[in-house]
Design a protein around this ligand. Structure first.
Ligand code: ZN
Length: 175
């Protein structure tokens, strides 16, 4: 899709089982004003829902971009474009939720530390390393860009525990 075609006024967070959450997203080819406006609107939607991260496919835009803030301090707002996760190490399990799967909080095992290589809003390459929550958000949001959700990574006990909630979302979904 042409990046200029994004209609910002209609953007909203879409919910499971919307098939747009399952697409593999395309790289951002040009960090232009439409991308900056998209990121700005995504921060607004993320804050309204009290999230720590929001990926473009969660607002129906199939581009490899997410916004995040893992501390709540506005100085920690980050726009992550075309991310690559590298040098994964360790393994940790922690509870995760997802703004696109309301009511579902499940334990997810992920590498506890990783490196992120990405592009920022100025079009510059950024490389950083993190562990704990920051690394977890990077991986959760990067998963979205490949159509992967936390319900694909949950354990057997959680699968049973959230079955009814997922069925409710499926029954309530209007295309
Ligand atoms: Zn999510």
């Amino acid at each position: 899709m042409a990046e200029a075609e994004i209609n910002l006024t209609d953007l909203r967070i879409i919910h499971y089982p919307d098939p747009r959450l399952r697409r593999k997203c395309a790289p951002v080819t040009n960090v232009d004003d439409s991308i900056r406006q998209l990121a700005h609107r995504m921060f607004e939607l993320m804050r309204e829902s009290r999230g720590v991260g929001l990926a473009a496919p969660q607002v129906g835009v199939p581009l490899r971009l997410f916004v995040m803030n893992h501390t709540g301090d506005p100085a920690d707002d980050r726009v992550i474009i075309n991310p690559q996760i590298e040098q994964r190490s360790g393994m940790a399990e922690a509870e995760e939720g997802c703004l696109s799967i309301p009511g579902v909080n499940v334990q997810v095992r992920r590498p506890s530390r990783c490196r992120l290589v990405a592009t920022d809003l100025d079009g510059n390459e950024v490389v950083s390393e993190a562990d704990e929550l920051q690394a977890r958000v990077w991986q959760h949001e990067s998963d979205h860009l490949d159509g992967v959700l936390i319900i694909d990574r949950m354990n057997a006990a959680d699968r049973i525990a959230v079955r009814k909630i997922l069925r409710g979302l499926e029954d309530g979904y209007v295309r």
